[in-house]
Design a protein around this ligand. Structure first.
Ligand SMILES: Nc1ncnc2c1ncn2[C@@H]1O[C@H](COP(=O)(O)OP(=O)(O)OP(=O)(O)O)[C@@H](O)[C@H]1O
Length: 598
């Protein structure tokens, strides 16, 4: 329960809704208890006057009696209806305040969690499964909402109704009250336990459902592999097995559900029978009137749902507490990469200086960079080459401070990146990642992601510089073409070029390209490099590549091997070293010649 205290700030923010909601609950209950009282009065009136009526021999007197009685009955009928309407109206207002409050809390909590996710560093995302992160912002928040709205609503209603109704019942006859209420706690306990069973089974069903969904999802996206390896049957069987497990669990839940309703009806029935049976004797003994008996039967029915909801509220609160605990644990995590108190806002000129940088990925223990020293002056172009896994991408990640090195310093100009404002640092560097990621949005908006205020002309120019404009204009909707599941399917090379255009439109002084031309053909590559050459004229650029761009005159080329810089210099200097670079160059030259002679 203590975990739910974290919600107090939200209740405070919604205090008027909460106070009004509780007030409406009380008013609605007060109006609802008039009904049994009036029914009692009608019954008592009837039983008192019926004998007298039967003894009347004069038909005109009988007629007058009936007319009087009809008026009384009509009055009671209209009154009962009016009270029921008033009670219903306040019930409506109660839901309008308390349930609306819970929706506001849900909205704020979701936003708080989402904002917190945004602050987390990459390491956090590596250490948590996506499904787990998703379930906190969806399922866990939904469960907390059930507490913040329905549970509070039912609990307040239950408490008030039980207090008022039990008081009225005790006023009539304490012994009958005791007998009538005796099955109700059993009912509450039963609901609580059955609910737990239902919850456990529902969780299992939920897990099986998500398993089925991911199997289906995977086979849709991998359909080409499935078909080309003729694995349709195996894939179908795999799905059938998962579906079978889901079916069995659903049937098991249906059985529990099927038992639940009749068991509840039995308990209610027992209470009503006890009321009539014991109450009947009390009427005969003259302790209560027939009206009291009728009143009691209504009270019992009125108390059913509140007692039933004790069990519901208990399980809702328990689940919400567990969910809020998970949310609190997550909100407590502080990102390792964050603004230091002494963080400065600086305007970068473009110098990059790495001093003895050693970096080990925290969650795998892989040392990706070892004692790396690098000096890049503003405006210089640097190529980073090396075998796969040699640490090239890691170097790029450290420059935009996705991670901090365990040893050494990453400096931009004369500033340690650790002491720069993170947002400001990243806004001054454009980074084209190796794994392209495009959002399900139009092509224009994907490019505009680099500069949300950019005009369409700027978007078109960036696309032209990234050599993708022609491709885009080839789509029927041009720059408005939607990308993603319901949009066009772009080729790997087109995606890479849109991702480059996104980086170009940002137009900062430092650019990092991480192997972002791997999926484009040699001619397009040449075209892009030609465009980039002019674009990067006064910018510092770090270009990570597997291929040597002979067109590009780099000020410096570094070769990484197992996290260390093993070669460093200009093209000519590296060729004379006769090392990895010279070998790669020779291989590439002969490959190019082969493809030319072919
Ligand atoms: N997020 C990560 N978590 C843990 N280890 C990682 C992570 N990224 C890379 N590594 C490891 O760090 C080492 C260097 O990887 P890195 O991606 O920097 O190499 P790379 O030179 O860019 O390779 P490639 O050319 O294949 O992209 C590798 O051994 C890799 O397995």
């Amino acid at each position: 329960m203590k975990h739910l205290a974290a919600l107090n700030k939200y209740f405070m923010a919604n205090k008027w809704r909460l106070i009004l909601g509780l007030l409406f609950t009380a008013i609605s209950i007060v109006f609802s208890v008039f009904q049994p009282i009036m029914v009692r009065q009608i019954f008592d009136l009837l039983s008192l006057n019926l004998d007298e009526y039967r003894l009347l021999s004069d038909t005109s007197l009988k007629g007058a009696f009936r007319a009087d009685f009809s008026r009384i009955l009509a009055f009671y009928g209209v009154s009962i209806l009016a009270f029921a309407l008033l009670s219903g109206f306040f019930l409506f207002l109660q839901r309008q305040t308390l349930i609306v409050m819970s929706r506001h809390i849900e909205f704020d909590l979701k936003n708080e969690i989402y904002q917190h996710y945004q602050k987390m560093d990459l390491n956090f995302f590596k250490m948590h499964r996506t499904g787990d992160l998703m379930s906190r912002i969806t399922e866990d928040v939904s469960r907390v909402r059930m507490y913040a709205g329905p549970a509070i609503m039912y609990a307040s209603r239950t408490l008030l109704l039980i207090v008022i109704v039990v008081y009225l019942m005790l006023e009539v006859n304490p012994l009958l009250t005791l007998y009538t209420l005796s099955p109700l706690p059993v009912l509450a306990l039963m609901i609580y336990y059955v609910n737990k069973i239902i919850h456990r089974k529902s969780e299992k069903i939920q897990a099986e459902l998500s398993n089925i969904t991911s199997i289906a999802q995977e086979s849709y996206s991998g359909i080409r592999v499935i078909k080309s390896y003729v694995q349709e049957d195996a894939s179908g069987r795999h799905f059938e097995d998962a579906s079978e497990a889901y079916k069995q669990s659903s049937i098991s839940l249906a059985k529990t559900d099927a038992l639940f309703q009749p068991a509840m009806a039995l308990m209610i029935g027992v209470s009503v029978i006890l009321t009539i049976f014991i109450g009947g004797f009390q009427v005969i003994a003259g302790n209560i009137t027939v009206g009291n008996l009728a009143e009691f039967v209504i009270y019992v029915n009125m108390l059913m749902f509140p007692f039933l909801s004790i069990g519901l509220v208990a399980t809702m609160t328990q689940r919400a507490a567990a969910s809020q605990q998970r949310i609190n644990e997550f909100l407590k995590i502080t990102p390792e990469i964050k603004d230091e108190p002494a963080a400065k806002t600086v305007q970068l000129e473009g110098g990059i200086h790495l001093q003895g940088v050693t970096f080990t990925y925290p969650h795998t223990g892989i040392t990706a960079l070892k004692e790396v020293n690098l000096q890049v002056q503003p405006g210089q172009k640097v190529a980073v080459i090396g075998r796969t896994g040699s640490g090239k991408s890691t170097l790029a990640q450290l420059l935009i401070r996705m991670y901090d090195p365990q040893e050494g310093k990453v400096m931009l100009d004369t500033h340690d990146v650790r002491y720069m404002h993170l947002e400001q640092l990243r806004s001054q560097i454009s980074y084209v990642p190796q794994d392209v990621f495009l959002f399900s949005d139009s092509i224009a908006n994907n490019i505009r992601f680099g500069d949300p205020a950019a005009s369409l002309q700027a978007v078109q120019q960036a696309a032209r510089q990234a050599s993708v404009e022609k491709d885009i204009l080839g789509f029927s909707d041009g720059f408005d073409t939607a990308i993603g599941e319901r949009g066009v399917t772009l080729s790997g090379g087109q995606k890479q070029r849109i991702s480059i255009a996104r980086a170009l439109i940002k137009n900062p002084d430092i650019m990092i390209f991480d192997d972002c031309l791997s999926a484009v053909d040699a001619r397009t590559e040449k075209e892009i490099i030609g465009n980039l050459y002019a674009y990067l004229k006064n910018k510092t650029a770090v270009i990570i590549t597997h291929r040597i761009f002979s067109l590009f005159e780099f000020d410096k080329i570094i070769v990484l091997d197992e996290g260390r810089i093993v070669e460093e210099g200009t093209h000519d200097e590296l060729l004379s070293l006769n090392g990895y670079y010279a070998e790669l160059y020779a291989r590439q030259q002969s490959g190019d010649e082969e493809s030319i002679t072919e």
